[in-house]
Design a protein around this ligand. Structure first.
Ligand code: ANZ
Length: 853
């Protein structure tokens, strides 16, 4: 009796052997095409869970496939090990983050090895190591020299009672978690990276084969907005009468076509002119309002649901176009960080302004005529659609598209319904109209010197200062004499001291570490203080893939020689939750590296694929709060083995959609592997001698069709259908009665090589048991021949006027004219040809439709 399939034994044995033989180490080899296959590295946040498996196992199959196709595949692994996850876990467990991280990495590495993935362990990277973060500091210096990093006041959470900065997690419902005092925002000196310098370039996605959804999210995040900077002169006859240096207020507007409809002006509470413009009578109220606005987050302030509040500051400005006097308000829906921090209020054509005007009883002047609207008629709501300009001086009658082109079709249709006009007609009109009110007013403003066209981005500069312990120290020293002094390159790394307090206090923990803080000025040698904030860990993850190619290189962050060969990354995979920040920061870092001459080309990741998530058996999210639904990979390994878990995860659905766990499903996969095991070890079956002999041609066809299918699926990450094809193929072999040993050998050889990327251990075990040379993972992927894969005959459906009249068995290679002749000769067809043939529609190899007059 044949030996039973024992995955636990086989898998550990092969994992050890592959590691000993360094099978998965990638070396520069210019004779081979390279394939850098990168998967987003994980946080060191504890045990490996099924989500890690889902990120790694299918990617591994794709990488193994590439290697079998003759590529030199780089498949590194590392740990995103600085930052909050490690710090919080360490605080909970009461151990030092360093100890905790080291232990976790060791555990994760062991767990990872049980997956049977082709990781190149010689290139492991961990961001908490000084050999790594030293280069974060080096990058900081280069950025500084290029004007890409600067210090500025930026808001942080502040508890007025405890007199301290709070981390986001220390704020509960807007209050300090310790004393429950409402938290305010306080400006601190912090470091920012000028990512906005690259905003325009980051919007160019032309070289990226990425999911459309991700590109859209990046585009929205960068948020390019074309508009006009308009200048409203201050009205000297009113207001505080204080001598003001500023003579005007600048607004950023995307809708200059509405300028005649301005009935008020709004300044952000933090706008620099508020204090100076506020009149004495209004001062107390304005100050109270500004103070309470400080407590709100931007998200709260811009929420569309929220009531629009504000306070009149007593001053006025003038509309350069209409000459109208415009009252100035301070209101928190204007953000200081966007545009100019001031908004021209046009209630007739902007929803927020409409709500504000309604609340403070400000006039609403329609300047774009909605369809079916009579002059003088009050507007029930803001109208954001297209139409002719009215009440707009010499612009009256000019057609303007309004916000039309910025709306989705869904929103456009909703608008059409709301204002009772025909959607199609309006869409057509916008396309046809030549006059464009937006451009007309913008040009007029420029001509008269009242404003200029400008582009604004929603993207903000990247605030990298963190008042936390577990991160990269920012390599800066503050000297009384020399101010901000960079730590010289040859003194890097600035080491993170192991003996600092790491529990978050809000203040930077390093600030209380005397030995760290007190240093000397690199310029004058006199006593100086170190910067005590650490870097955002997104800095670490922005370039880790550049370190992988040679993590021991010590003359720079990346080895130029390895870079020339391995970069850029050919395929990147990971979770869609990193759609914006990580992927944008990494693209930005790459572009800076390009400008520093470290890499070539404009993009780091040519292709991107996002996997879905694994749900629990009840189709809900797996969570620690429902332990009975959490799948623990380690347990599964003992039961069904890594190959079954891998194959099951790939089988449950398209990789980008994810799927839900199923105990039954995994048993099914496990049984399939057992069947393959027996099938291969039993050798060519003689038992079913009764069965009719399998046609040799049919056997070959199945074999070549399966190769073609699996290859195509692996190219496109359709692992589920590839595994289904493998199952069908192995079932077919089980039923088959093959005449020659040679044919049987070939059929099994192909089966194992096709399975190798998915289930690497069982494939290797059976392969060597058949006496084939180790290792199957160094074998080429089987080739297929389309002549053998294609069916020789196909059924051609013949229709007359769309109704099926006959089915003909024809050679696959049939030409259109042959098909036409055969169809017209058919008796069944001819009896329906009562009228003259007008034309023939031919779908090659499938269908022919004869259309009569
Ligand atoms: C007048 C106006 C009339 C506007 C109208 C819109 C419609 P996007 O497209 O996102 O760039 N805005 C400008 N700066 C702002 C700030 N700091 N805080 C809050 N809102 C601000 O948005 C541009 C529009 O957002 C601008 O165009 C301005 O309102 C507002 F019928 O100007 B608009």
């Amino acid at each position: 009796m044949a030996e039973r399939y024992n995955p636990a034994e086989i898998e550990t044995r092969w994992q050890q052997r592959w590691e000993e033989d360094r099978l998965d180490e990638a070396h520069i080899d210019p004779s081979k095409p390279k394939w850098y296959f990168l998967t987003m590295f994980p946080y060191t946040s504890g045990d490996l869970h099924i989500g890690h498996w889902y990120a790694e196992a299918p990617a591994d199959a794709a990488a193994r496939y590439r290697r079998m196709k003759g590529y030199n595949v780089l498949r590194p692994f590392g740990y995103d090990s600085f930052g909050l996850p490690a710090e919080n876990a360490a605080i909970e467990a009461g151990v030092h983050p360093h100890t905790w991280t080291v232990e976790n990495i060791a555990r994760m590495r062991n767990q990872l090895k049980t997956m049977g993935c082709m990781f190149d362990w010689s290139k492991e990277v961990a961001t908490y190591l000084p050999e790594y973060y030293r280069w974060n500091q080096w990058f900081f210096l280069q950025f500084y020299k290029r004007g890409l990093v600067y210090r500025a006041k930026a808001p942080a959470n502040w508890c007025p009672h405890c007199q301290t900065v709070l981390a986001n997690e220390q704020v509960e419902n807007g209050a300090c978690e310790r004393c429950h005092t409402p938290v305010t925002r306080r400006d601190l000196d912090q470091w920012l990276i000028r990512i906005t310098n690259y905003a325009e370039e980051l919007l160019d996605f032309s070289q990226l084969q990425w999911p459309e959804k991700i590109l859209l999210m990046q585009r929205n995040w960068i948020g390019r907005s074309e508009g006009v900077d308009l200048e409203f002169p201050l009205d000297p006859s009113t207001g505080s009468g204080q001598a003001l240096e500023e003579k005007s207020i600048h607004v950023f507007t995307t809708r200059p076509d509405t300028v005649y409809g301005v009935t008020f002006m709004v300044l952000a509470p933090e706008h620099g002119l508020v204090a100076g413009l506020t009149t004495d009578e209004r001062r107390a109220e304005v100050e109270a309002y500004v103070e309470q606005a400080r407590r709100q987050t931007e998200i709260e302030r811009t929420s569309t649901e929220r009531e629009k509040t504000g306070v009149f500051i007593g001053a006025y400005c003038r509309n350069p176009f209409s000459g109208q006097r415009v009252p100035i308000f301070v209101a928190d829906y204007a953000l200081v960080s966007y545009g100019t921090g001031a908004v021209m209020g046009v209630p007739a054509h902007d929803y927020r302004d409409f709500a504000f005007a309604a609340r403070y009883d400000l006039p609403v002047i329609a300047v774009i005529a909605p369809p079916n609207w009579q002059p003088g008629q009050a507007l029930p709501d803001a109208f954001v659609g297209p139409g002719p300009m009215v009440n707009s001086g010499s612009f009256d009658g000019t057609f303007t598209p309004g916000d039309w082109s910025k709306l989705s079709e869904f929103e456009q249709r909703a608008l059409a319904e709301r204002w009772a006009f025909d959607f199609e007609q309006m869409a057509e009109r916008v396309r046809r109209e030549r006059g464009d009110g937006i451009a007309a007013v913008a040009s007029e403003a420029e001509r008269r010197g009242w404003g200029r066209r400008t582009v604004t981005y929603h993207l903000r500069d990247w605030l990298i200062s963190r008042q936390r312990y577990w991160g990269t120290p920012i390599p800066v020293v503050y000297c009384e004499e020399h101010g901000v002094v960079l730590v010289p390159e040859d003194q890097l790394p600035v080491l993170l001291p192991p003996d600092a307090e790491f529990r978050p206090t809000g203040e930077s923990p390093l600030a209380s570490h005397e030995a760290f803080v007190n240093t000397t000025c690199p310029q004058c040698g006199r006593p100086a203080r170190r910067e005590t904030d650490t870097m955002d860990t997104f800095v670490d993850s922005s370039w880790y893939f550049l370190r992988y190619i040679n993590p021991t290189y010590d003359r720079g962050p990346l080895d130029p020689n390895a870079a020339r060969y391995w970069l850029p990354v050919d395929q990147y995979t990971g979770g869609a939750e990193h759609a914006v920040k990580h992927l944008l920061y990494a693209r930005f870092f790459w572009k800076v590296c390009r400008d520093l001459g470290l890499v070539q080309g404009d993009e780091p990741f040519a292709r991107l694929f996002n996997q879905g998530i694994i749900l629990a058996e009840d189709r809900q999210k797996m969570s620690k709060s429902r332990p009975e639904f959490v799948v623990a990979p380690d347990e599964l390994l003992a039961n069904v083995g890594a190959d079954a878990v891998r194959a099951f995860l790939m089988f449950i659905g398209p990789w980008d959609l994810g799927g839900s766990w199923s105990r039954q499903g995994i048993q099914g996969i496990s049984r399939w592997l057992q069947r393959v095991w027996s099938l291969v070890l039993a050798g060519r079956p003689h038992a079913n001698d009764e069965a009719p002999l399998t046609d040799r041609r049919q056997l070959q066809q199945r074999l070549h069709q399966t190769i073609r299918k699996v290859e195509g699926d692996l190219e496109d990450f359709r692992f589920n259908t590839a595994i289904a094809a493998l199952m069908e193929y192995s079932n077919f072999l089980q039923e088959a009665r093959v005449e020659s040993d040679e044919d049987w050998d070939e059929a099994i050889d192909v089966l194992l090589r096709l399975m190798a990327p998915f289930t690497p251990h069982i494939a290797e075990e059976l392969w060597t048991r058949l006496g084939k040379s180790y290792s199957i993972h160094q074998q080429p992927f089987p080739a297929w021949d389309s002549a053998l894969a294609d069916a020789e005959e196909v059924t051609l459906v013949v229709q007359v006027n769309g109704r099926v009249r006959d089915r003909l068995l024809v050679p696959v290679s049939i030409s259109e004219s042959e098909a036409r002749t055969l169809a017209l000769q058919s008796e069944r067809v001819r009896s329906h040809l009562t009228a003259e043939v007008e034309r023939l529609v031919y779908v090659p190899g499938r269908l022919i439709n004869i259309v009569t007059r």
